[in-house]
Design a protein around this ligand. Structure first.
Ligand SMILES: [Zn+2]
Length: 331
């Protein structure tokens, strides 16, 4: 497993041994960062009847691991373990029926072991209805049940889902260090040295869709301008044309809308805890309004992602109109 997952393994092992593991877990990492391997390791550990404790050759804290020999492990290997459910979809989205299948699975008694597990590998493909169905499960967990969600894009998950799960983020190196590493890897690759390992490294970072504003100064500036325009529009109804042209022209724009709105919502929740007043509250925009806007943005984003022919101009105009109606409903 990649080195950056190791610390998460240690952390999760410790919680597993102390019986403090959360029943709902989100593992977030960009494609190739090892999030699938980490989830697989965790599910196998949860299922195993006779787990081992393994010390790394280089020292450090021990990591728990499935034995690979017990009845549960053997059944899991052949995909015949009855108390695990993989919630996958052949469609572009994971629908409410898929989640209901999961809920029904949790309601049944475990057939073999005492533990039941569900894995949702592409959690960001959940529709809003599916996510709401999942919320019920997260709010009222059945005993000895674990649900593991994997996502590349945390901002595509409803904040209400994220807030009910323990979050493990596999962070790639960002900024200059990442670019330097990319250069090293690419050079190494072109010279053909140690190619399989190097190509694995390149793959780990090839999906930079989440990171351009962190690595590229020009895009960072664009992101800043975009944030300003969006906040202007949100709080005062200004900068509509600038915002719309950015939505149409920049491929990052809808993700940015999600990200900024999600951060505003997080600020609300955090300030609620600390008793401070958030910026949006000062502008008379409630968390409920932000949540509605967030859902409208996700819907537009999904529309753009799922239909190649979707017209950005049209979707953008509709979205801004919707946001305006939410923030400033006509009387
Ligand atoms: Zn085992």
């Amino acid at each position: 497993m990649l080195q950056m997952c190791r610390e998460k393994q240690v952390q999760l092992s410790r919680q597993y041994q102390q019986n403090t593991l959360a029943h709902a877990i989100i593992i977030q990492g960009i494609e190739g960062s090892g999030q699938d391997a980490l989830a697989k390791w965790l599910i196998e550990l949860l299922i195993c009847q006779n787990p081992l404790s393994i010390t790394h050759p280089n020292g450090g804290e021990a990591v728990s691991e499935a034995c690979g020999q017990c009845k549960s492990c053997l059944l899991k290997k052949t995909d015949n373990y009855p108390d695990h459910l993989l919630l996958n979809t052949d469609n572009k989205t994971l629908g409410v029926d898929d989640i209901r299948r999961g809920n029904a699975f949790f309601e049944k008694t475990a057939q073999l072991g005492t533990v039941k597990t569900i894995l949702i590998p592409q959690a960001q493909t959940m529709t809003v209805a599916a996510a709401n169905a999942l919320l019920k499960t997260l709010e009222e967990p059945t005993p000895n049940s674990y649900i593991v969600l994997i996502t590349e894009d945390l901002d595509s998950l409803l904040p209400t889902i994220v807030s009910r799960c323990a979050l493990y983020v596999i962070r790639p190196i960002i900024g200059d260090a990442l670019l330097a590493q990319l250069n090293v890897s690419n050079n190494g690759y072109s010279q053909g040295s140690n190619s399989s390992m190097v190509s694995e490294q390149v793959n780990a970072y090839v999906n930079l869709s989440q990171l351009p504003e962190l690595t590229d100064k020009a895009i960072y500036q664009e992101f800043q301008d975009f944030s300003e325009n969006y906040l202007d529009y949100l709080t005062q109804g200004k900068s509509e044309n600038k915002l719309l042209s950015q939505i149409v022209d920049s491929k990052h724009s809808l993700r940015w809308l999600e990200k900024i709105t999600c951060n505003l919502l997080r600020e609300y929740y955090l300030n609620n805890i600390t008793g401070k007043s958030s910026m949006m509250a000062n502008k008379q925009i409630s968390a409920q309004v932000l949540n509605q806007i967030y859902q409208a943005i996700i819907t537009s984003n999904k529309l753009i992602k799922s239909y190649l022919q979707a017209n950005r101009q049209f979707v953008g105009e509709q979205l801004l109109m919707t946001i305006n109606d939410i923030v400033r409903p006509s009387i």
